[in-house]
Design a protein around this ligand. Structure first.
Ligand code: NAI
Length: 505
């Protein structure tokens, strides 16, 4: 399907944060863009936002002045909806209210040509529902940009129940021509990103609530081991705890109180206290002037082992073997085993498979310590460890000394199942798999969406596959048996792929 040619004018309704960003994207791609807002001041502000962005691009040498002037010249302010008559595509980015959105679209139907495409940037309202009372509901589609629209690469193309496939395909191709990474998604609560991302926050909150680790330790492990740009608490403070809480509630309720999305009491308390995050000066962290940023808990230095034995044949751990040898530690090759990790004296140091270390110590009749997943064990600067409740501090020190000898900081956390990164990645992959299983999108759609909508370092489904789908299946099964909650049930898609020995992506 071909994109709308830049010779076709497009329109944006709503000149707020998102509308102004979308205007900039379309005008940069060469379209004349009509901008309408009920508030003329909002248009002034929106255009000022674009001017500031473009001026910065010129001053940083990313754009020449001629281009800046041309882009601004293509933006046309409009005082009334009737001015939008010539356009073939309207993108609405007004207040998140179904009645107001419906009223705008029904007025537009009388103004625009019959073949015009009506798109909404809504984050949380059903495209099916917005379209329901229109004369031509099949012309309505979602074009969900991410904030800030000129920078964030993703656009989700949302199909309502009766959206014409051709309409969605044109919207897709047009967003792609605008330089975006684009995915198709069925109109379901949260679409892809706002649904699949829920465990990033909810599992972090759950680990905190259960005393597994403190806030800076969870954030640091997610960044320094998981390779994410921000930890969950830093990100919630940036998004705003009020907004994040309201998205969680909206997805939870839209799925009829699905336990997977149940909001956290900790977050509710933050909101009740007005601790919204950066914008209010206080959230999970204190942003007031002179405030000291709390540090992750980091273990004191312990002696390095002289030799270790590798357990299992998990290629994920190869970088740790290389680092160990480079650090002068003799690495013996042990027997092939279902477990992955190392033996230091009689202490088992195992990659988390979701089973708590206390249980492993019992079942394996040896002191067991589990370590967390890293995106890349060579690059990771921190590793979380947990010892079984019955394991001594002397035995823990052997594992701490081993990872420290490889140049890693070590965070010793409580024995919570799956630790931090493994648990969150497994739950993200589980949620992504359910979205695919329920026909919201395809596996590539999940990965593209999460990498470009929220900057994840790897798509969760590809990541699960790289870790080993059977390993992730084991982690999810262990979480499910530990908690006995519906929230931790394994996605049928993962179960079926593991049974059939098939890939997910
Ligand atoms: P905003 O509050 O910054 O801007 C909304 C603008 O719409 C205001 O300038 C307001 O004057 C105007 N407006 C209100 N009613 C109107 C009407 N009947 N006709 C014309 N203009 C009208 O809102 P924001 O954040 O830009 O969000 C807009 C839409 O984009 C919402 O549907 C929201 O769910 C969605 N969205 C927001 C994201 C975000 O991070 N802020 C991300 C992705 C989507």
């Amino acid at each position: 399907m071909t994109a709308l040619s830049p010779s076709n004018a497009v329109a944006v309704i709503g000149a707020g944060t998102m509308g102004a960003g979308i205007v900039q994207v379309a005008a940069t791609a060469g379209h004349t863009v009509y901008l309408f807002d009920t508030s003329p001041e909002a248009i002034d502000k929106g255009i000022a936002q674009i001017e500031k962005f473009l001026a910065r691009s010129v001053s940083k040498g990313r754009m020449d002045d001629e281009k800046r002037i041309a882009i601004l010249g293509r933006i046309k302010r409009c005082d009334k909806l009737e001015d939008l008559a010539p356009v073939k595509l309207v993108i609405e980015a007004i207040v998140e209210n179904i009645d107001i959105k419906r009223s705008v679209f029904s007025q537009l139907e009388d103004i625009l040509d019959e073949d015009a495409i009506l798109a909404s940037n809504t984050s949380s309202i059903s495209i099916t529902e917005i379209a329901a009372k229109l004369k031509r509901p099949e012309r309505m589609v979602g074009m969900h940009f991410f904030n800030p629209a000129p920078i964030m690469k993703l656009v989700e193309i949302i199909h309502g129940l009766v959206t014409d496939k051709q309409v969605a395909d044109i919207a897709f191709a047009t967003a792609e021509a605008w330089g975006k990474k684009v995915v198709h998604a069925k109109s379901t609560p949260g679409f892809i990103v706002n649904r699949v991302a829920r465990p990033f926050y909810s599992e972090a909150l759950r680990i905190l609530q259960e005393g597994g680790a403190d806030i800076p330790t969870i954030d640091s492990c997610i960044r320094e081991s998981g390779g994410f740009r921000m930890g969950p608490f830093e990100l919630m403070d940036l998004i705003g705890n009020d907004i994040n809480f309201s998205v969680t509630q909206s997805v939870y309720n839209a799925y009829f109180q699905e336990p997977r999305y149940r909001p956290s009491l900790i977050q509710q308390e933050q909101v009740a206290a007005g601790r919204y995050g950066r914008k209010s000066g206080q959230g999970y962290y204190d942003y007031s002037e002179g405030a000291v940023t709390p540090e992750a808990s980091t273990a004191d230095s312990a002696p390095a082992p002289t030799e270790i034995t590798l357990i299992g044949e998990n290629s994920l751990l190869d970088p740790l073997v290389t680092l160990a040898e480079a650090a002068g530690i003799k690495v013996n090759k042990g027997d092939t085993d279902e477990l992955s990790g190392f033996m230091i004296d009689d202490v088992l140091v195992l990659l988390s498979d979701g089973t708590p270390a206390s249980e492993l110590s019992n079942v394996l009749s040896s002191p067991a310590i589990v370590f967390d997943l890293a995106l890349d064990y060579k690059a990771a600067s921190r590793i979380a460890l947990a010892k079984g409740d019955q394991v001594s501090d002397e035995d823990l020190a052997k594992a701490v000394g081993f990872f420290q000898a490889l140049g890693k900081k070590v965070s010793v956390i409580d024995d919570c199942p799956g630790l931090i990164v493994m648990r969150i990645v497994a739950m993200l992959a589980n949620e992504g798999s359910d979205a695919v299983y329920q026909g919201v999108t395809n596996p590539k759609g999940v990965d593209i969406a999460m990498m470009n909508g929220v900057n994840y370092p790897k798509g969760p489904l590809q990541w699960a596959q790289d870790i080993g789908l059977d390993h992730i299946f084991g982690v999810l099964d262990a979480l499910s048996s530990f908690y006995g909650e519906d929230r931790y049930r394994t996605s049928p898609l993962i179960r079926r792929a593991v049974i059939a020995g098939k890939d997910l992506v």
